[in-house]
Design a binder for this molecule. Structure first.
Ligand SMILES: [Zn+2]
Length: 121
């Protein structure tokens, strides 16, 4: 019987954040931007059954909002810039943060769901 330790949990989460298989860390967890593989080619863990649903999107918006808020104040008071430049900067930075964070959050949620053996549908 395998004994789970605290280190195993954080190791699985780190692997998920990197987009690697939370169980073995030897293969990629995603075959496309957000499309997870059905099975790990290295350890054969079944990832197709793990559904992160809206959790990664929620976490990404939470992080993006906290990062974007200081940038919003910074760019809003740059009155020497035209409105369209400030608006474009906010949109690009906001979208960029979301696109960068979302796959990491999905990997984290998949790792956490797998580690906790949460029921999957
Ligand atoms: Zn694996």
């Amino acid at each position: 019987m395998q004994v789970e330790t605290q280190t195993d949990k954080w190791l699985a989460i780190r692997r998920g954040l990197k987009g690697n298989c939370p169980k073995c860390g030897q293969a990629k967890l995603f075959r496309a931007y957000l499309k997870q593989v059905e099975h790990c080619p290295s350890c054969h863990e079944n990832w197709g059954k793990v559904r992160a649903d809206d959790g990664p999107a929620w976490a990404s918006m939470l992080i993006a909002g906290h990062v974007l808020a200081p940038f919003f104040y910074f760019i809003t008071f740059r009155t020497e810039l035209p409105d369209w430049v400030r608006t474009l900067a906010l949109v690009l930075v906001g979208v960029g943060i979301c696109l960068a964070v979302l796959p990491r959050m999905k990997g984290l949620f998949i790792a956490w769901i797998w580690y906790t053996k949460a029921p999957t549908s």
